[in-house]
Design a protein around this ligand. Structure first.
Ligand SMILES: [Zn+2]
Length: 136
């Protein structure tokens, strides 16, 4: 399935650099001990702008919900329809969500509630992205 090739900006470059090394890092606010994704200039919870650091996390989560895209409008993805679009809740901070196509899971068969872990897929030479795979 064609994947989005990330374009890193100044804010997200550390995240994508880590993904390319198969490490999963998120912004962590040392003022209020919250993780944050996607990267922002300041903490969404307490507003601190100078207390954000990058923290390596385990990259484990659960499938909160899942839908199947049958009639999406992204041309380059139409040949792959129908496909899963699952919302993943991060175990280390359940306020953080990611979206996943659940590689290896047939459409309509997403096991909602199942544990997932982060994996890395090559989408272009020397460019990895994070994806989520059902554990076990
Ligand atoms: Zn904060």
């Amino acid at each position: 399935m064609p994947k989005i090739i990330p374009v890193a900006d100044e804010l997200s470059k550390p995240f994508w650099d880590a993904v390319n090394e198969k490490r999963f890092i998120l912004q962590n606010c040392t003022a209020c001990s919250r993780l944050q994704y996607p990267p922002r200039q300041s903490c969404m919870a307490c507003g601190s702008g100078d207390k954000l650091e990058w923290k390596e996390v385990a990259g484990k989560g659960h499938i909160a919900t899942s839908i199947v895209i049958e009639d999406g409008r992204l041309n380059r993805r139409m040949p792959d329809q129908p496909y899963n679009l699952a919302m993943i809740t991060l175990d280390e901070d359940t306020s953080i969500n990611f979206y996943s196509n659940l590689p290896g899971v047939p459409p309509y068969e997403a096991p909602v509630g199942a544990a997932v872990e982060v994996i890395y897929e090559e989408v272009a030479p020397d460019q990895l992205i994070h994806e989520w795979q059902v554990v076990g």
